[in-house]
Design a protein around this ligand. Sequence first.
Ligand SMILES: [Zn+2]
Length: 376
Amino acid sequence: MAQGFGFTVHATDGKARTGVIQTTRGEIRTPAFMPVGTAATVKAMMPDSVRATGADILLGNTYHLMLRPTAERIARLGGLHKFMNWDRPILTDSGGFQVMSLASLRKLTEEGVRFSSHIDGSKHMLTPERSMEIQKLLGSDIVMCFDECPALPATEEEVAKSMRLSMRWAQRSRDAFGDRPGHALFGIMQGGVTRDLREESAEALKSIGFDGYAVGGLAVGEGQEAMFSVLDYAPGFLPEDRPRYLMGVGKPDDIVGAVERGIDMMDCVLPSRSGRTGQAWTRRGQINIKNARHQDDPRPLDEDCTCPACRNYSRAYLHHVNRAQEIIASMLLTWHNLHYYQELMQGLRDAIAGGRLAGFVADFHAKRAEGDIDPL
Ligand SMILES: [Zn+2]
């Protein structure tokens, strides 16, 4: 384990765990949800507001930041924490996933990926070594290995070939990362939905040795059932004394199911992105605030929620500012959604600590099944 980095499991309930990841920039309570700060901002939120929702850590995107404003510029300006005014932990992805989903004219070789920027067409090369260099320039606390995630649909042979390339890149990432006290490096398991490939990938990563381990290659369109069937066994291939991170997940019910299966960390753009399109997540499920049924409704989104959107504003107001495309619409719904996600994580942590996760999960599903409150 990297110096200054640690993970302590305080309680378990079934396969679920709750504990704390220690970093030099503060503790991360697990299971943890990480809001996504793509371009050095969680869109529509001030950093203090993100913290007020209960977030202990943010995610930054290597692909976006390397293109604009560039990692070198951020380093000259004192690193990503100072640049975006967030002094708590930051995890950065490796750029591998987004280069495959966003960039054009990609050429994948053993060396890495050559591509053109989706912003201005400029040519770039990402390799394990370059990804480690960029994440070092950004100053992220948790660095992710550079990996490749095959686009679906893919044959088992294609998934196997891609996974083995990612494992060679994992070794190169480890070598390039070197010894950096206070900074952790996580490996990423691949292998699609094939048990043997997942196990082979986990063995390869464990023999290299990482501070934490991610389950990659899920939440890419395979569906919840397939994802859960992989999570029924994949976390068990990873060391118990290291954090397990499920990348890019997810909807509230995905999160609950992943935590039940032994996942400690997750990230997703969903609460912030859907906040900008009029979608709210509550304990009663999903609400579209643009719907005409809200236009005369003086009640809050969620009567039990303590976020500023629910404490101070009616559904009618949120409906109005959304229809009028006012900036505050994105601010309030993003705040509410992030607050709801963090409250869900706190509920999961408390339930695991109290040995009552099954009851918590049953209540979670029952409340969602009731659906939104009746219209007035
Ligand atoms: Zn709220």
